[in-house]
Design a protein. Sequence first.
Length: 99
Amino acid sequence: MNGRKTAGGGARGRGGRAQGKGDTQQRRPMFRRRKVCKFCAEKIDDINYKDTKLLMPFVPERAKILPRRISGTCALHQRKLRIAIMRARQLALIPHTSE
């Protein structure tokens, strides 16, 4: 590259939107319902590693534990959920990987 600018560049860092087009229209903010912790809503205090029916929705087929922002669990229950999933994996109740 030798410090030269390329032709047509300059869109880097702007999210790929063209400047000048459609600036007069404003987007409405999208309404997104706040996720509620399943364990708080159902008042489940003990997340048991032997209860695979409870744990499996939080482990998709790629066998990664779903993060809080996707699953909607609170911080306390996410920590308990992670420990339960790890223990279930140690006893081969839940697979470590998909294959």
